[in-house]
Structure formats: C-alpha cells, structure tokens
Design a protein around this ligand. Structure first.
Ligand code: NAD
Length: 434
C-alpha cells in the first residue's frame, strides 16, 4: 500500500454529513481537507495542523454593579505557534463558544501565513452581553480574564487584539493588568491599543484598508474600474465602515450598508462620511439615518452590485441566498461569512470570492507592525504603515491568485494552500519534539 493510500484511509475520512450553517470549526476543516489533498499533505502533519495546540477555559467572577457576583466563561484557543508567538483577537458576545473560537484561531494561523507575518494563530472569547454591562463591569471582567491568562499571554507567547465588541479601551485594560502582574509596562503584550499607549498609527483602519486594497486588486483582474463600480457593505463597525469609506474615496458608489438596526440603500450612492458621523453620535447605530431607504439584510446581500463586502459576522452567505447573489466579487471583511456549501454555488456561478483569511488580513498585518514598533520603541508614521500594509496585501493577493490559478481552484482554497504549505514547511524543518 502506498503512503498515499494510507493517507486516504486515515485522513480522507468520509466527510461528516455537513449542514449548511455548520459548526465553524467543521467549516474550516472542510476547506483544510481540500487544500490538504492538493498539497498531498503527510497524514501526521494533517492531524497536527488541524488540531489546536492549547485550549484554555476559565471561569471569571465579576462583582456586578448590584454588588452580586456573576460568573462568566472565557476562552483562549492557541491553534498554532509554529511560525512564532500566537496572535488573535478577543470577542465578547453572548453566543461565543469553544467551537467558534477554535475555528477563528485556526483561521488566524492560515491568515498570518498568507500575509507572511511571523505569528501563529489564536483567538479568545468571553460569553457575555457587553451591551447590557456597565463600563465598570466590563473593566472588571477584562482585568480578571487577563489575570487568569497571565501564563498564556505575553509579547513572546500570545498577543491578543480587538475583535467583535472589544476595542482600544479593552486592550488598554489588558495591557495595564498584564503590566501590573509583570511589574513592568509591557506594551507589546497586546495590539489594537490606543496610540498613547504604544498603539500604531493606522491600526484602527487597517482591516478596512486591507479590504479596500484586495477589492481593488480583484476589480483590476476583472477589468472593473472603481469609478464605475457599485458596492454593498454588510456591517458598519470597525471593518465595514472603514472599508465603505475607503472604497468610496477610490470612486466606488456605495449603494447600501447595514448594521444590526437594518440596511440602508441609496441608488445615487450613500454619503459614508455622514453615516460614520451619524452612527458615532447615535450609540454606534445607523437607526433612523435619514438619507437612505430602509432595506432588509437579505435584500442587501442580493443587491445588483459589483462588489459585496460582508463585514459583520459568520454564516451570512449560505445555501439559502448564494444563488441570489448578484455581485461579481465578494470581499470577506468578516471571518467566515460564507458557508462551504455556499462557496460551491458561488464558484459555479463564477463569483470571485476574496476569502476572509486574505481579505481581512490587514488587521493582523498592522498588529504585527504595532508589535514590532513596541519592541523597538520606535514608531512609524501613518503613511509608512499604510504603504507597507498596501505592499504586503498586494503581494498576498497576487500570490493567492497565482496559487489558485496553478491548482485551478478558488481563491479561498488557493489561500489555504498557501497558508498551510508555509506552516507545514516550517513544521517539517522544526521537526516533532519528543
Ligand atoms: P464591530 O463590532 O466593530 O462591528 C460589527 C458590525 O456588524 C456592527 O456594525 C454591527 O451592528 C453589525 N452587525 C452585527 N450583526 C449584523 C447583522 N446580522 N446584519 C448586519 N449587520 C450586523 O466588529 P468588527 O471589528 O468590524 O468585526 C466585524 C467582522 O470582521 C468580524 O467577523 C471580525 O471577526 C472580523 N474581523 C475584524 C477585524 C478587526 O480588526 N476589527 C480583523 C479581522 C476580522
């Protein structure tokens, strides 16, 4: 029996019956499987690379404003440390769970490898509803979570960053708590922090800027001009609002955006700057924004636009709506917005999907710049940050595009092939410590 047959028997398991909106870790494994087949990955390497290195689950007691103690559950999954210290955001949400965090951590591993950033992948989460918590409760939750993770976090070990419902302030509390325990100020323990505390110029806009860069690169490949193109953006937070703003500044007409309050459409193009100002002065919500027609989230996704940028959350483009997508390009600002089954429909229909692990990698790229600047104690101008970011995103896009062409596959699988081959190559050289 050849080694390939062993591989087929042991690794190419019969795929589990997969639902459409399935477990996000399963969605990651499905794509991993396809890329592993293309790479003819060693079976042992397959098992190693698909398995998270460490999973930490902590109970977090918080004295609420009422004086009562409430327990929260927090996670930190380190998927891989093969290329360097692990890196990934922390998400606060009522429905966050270990499977989701495992998937997000693995995506960080492939993302860092795709953009050539020397980090492994990690992700964290706390089950909570930040909208119902006071700033004081959020601070106590963040500080106790950090204290519980003292042996996990560290500038040379594992470096958190913001994700859904976490922000610069929360990163500042992590920095402070970690530094109090370490007995020295450790700015490089966290990225996405305020500039005053060693944050990087351009970090806040980095993910949206990266979305803009790869979207323009894809438009160029399809012969679309920005000035003649239309865009719809789902999600108007850190990623979506910046992506919409920067694409508008490149000349694209943004026909629709949405947030949790619903969708907003204007056939003549929305005034994104006005919407950013409106949202900022209305508790981060576009509810009641006057210069647009209300549309539903489903309508936004199936609008007749050139580019659809899902920048909100997972499982938005599914079997239910994949055949109704009119966009020529989907640029995934969010993590995991397209299910594997929807991927197949989109590929058949010729929709060019710029996958999350490429499209939203601008955030971790500038997080890497931030970490480098903190460790050097020397800070770059925003212009320098943006130029280096654009260069790295362009290089990553081109190499993913070429990998996909070489293997006659989608950009998503091209990105996985590129990411996995880099990590597997490093693992081969490092060897397995016994
Ligand atoms: P955020 O909390 O700043 O914004 C999320 C936005 O999505 C908000 O406008 C919210 O109202 C909206 N939203 C939520 N549910 C929605 C729904 N059902 N329909 C329409 N809009 C909805 O979060 P963010 O940092 O912008 O992150 C968004 C996504 O991008 C997440 O998947 C995150 O993992 C990913 N991401 C973020 C970064 C980063 O640097 N912030 C980096 C890489 C990937």
């Amino acid at each position: 029996m050849s080694s390939k047959d062993v591989y087929k028997r042991s690794v190419y398991r019969e795929p589990a019956p997969v639902l459409d909106q399935d477990n996000p870790f399963q969605a990651m494994v499905e794509r991993f499987d396809v890329a592993a087949r293309i790479l003819e990955l060693d079976p042992g390497f397959y098992e190693y690379l698909v398995t998270p290195a460490k999973i930490h689950i902590v109970g977090i007691p918080v004295v609420m404003d009422t004086g009562k103690i409430k327990m929260f559950e927090g996670y930190r999954v380190i998927h891989s440390e093969i290329l360097g210290p692990s890196k990934g955001g922390i998400r606060y949400a009522p429905d966050v769970n270990v499977e989701e965090v495992k998937a997000l951590a693995a995506w960080m591993t492939w993302k860092c490898a795709v953009v050539d950033v020397p980090f492994g992948g990690a992700k964290g989460g706390i089950v909570c509803n930040p909208r119902e918590m006071s700033p004081g409760e959020l601070e106590r939750l963040t500080r106790r979570y950090t204290a519980n993770m003292m042996d996990v976090f560290g500038p040379e070990r594992d470096i958190p960053a913001p994700d859904m419902n976490t922000n610069e302030q929360i990163m500042a509390w992590i920095l402070d708590t970690y530094s109090m325990h370490a007995r020295r100020t450790e700015t490089a323990v966290v990225t996405g922090k305020p500039i005053l505390l060693g944050g990087s110029a351009g970090r806040r806009e980095a993910t949206g800027r990266g979305v803009m860069t790869v979207t323009l690169a894809a438009m160029e490949r399809l012969g679309l001009r920005a000035s003649e193109s239309t865009v719809a953006v789902q999600g108007f937070g850190n990623v979506g609002s910046v992506a919409a703003d920067l694409l508008a500044k490149q000349g694209c007409r943004i026909l629709a955006v949405s947030d949790v309050s619903g969708g907003y459409y204007n056939a003549n193009g929305l005034d994104i700057q006005a919407m950013i100002a409106y949202s900022a002065s209305h508790g981060n919500s576009l509810e009641g924004y006057p210069d647009a027609e209300p549309i539903s989230n489903d309508e936004l996704l199936s609008l007749d636009v050139d580019v659809l940028a899902p920048c909100a959350k997972e499982d938005q483009v599914t079997l239910k709506n994949a055949d109704k997508i009119h966009a020529k390009i989907i640029s995934e600002g969010a993590n995991g917005p397209t299910t594997p089954k929807a991927d197949a429909v989109l590929a058949d229909r010729g929709v060019l999907v710029i996958p999350d692990i490429l499209a939203n990698a601008g955030g971790v790229t500038v997080s890497y710049f931030e970490w480098v600047q903190d460790r050097q104690g020397y800070f770059w101008t925003e212009d320098r940050v943006n130029r280096r970011l654009d260069r790295m995103m362009h290089a990553a896009f081109d190499s993913v595009f070429e990998t996909a062409q070489k293997h006659d596959t989608t950009l998503r699988i091209g990105a996985y092939v590129r990411g996995i081959s880099k990590v597997a190559g490093a693992l081969k050289i490092r060897g397995i410590y016994a």
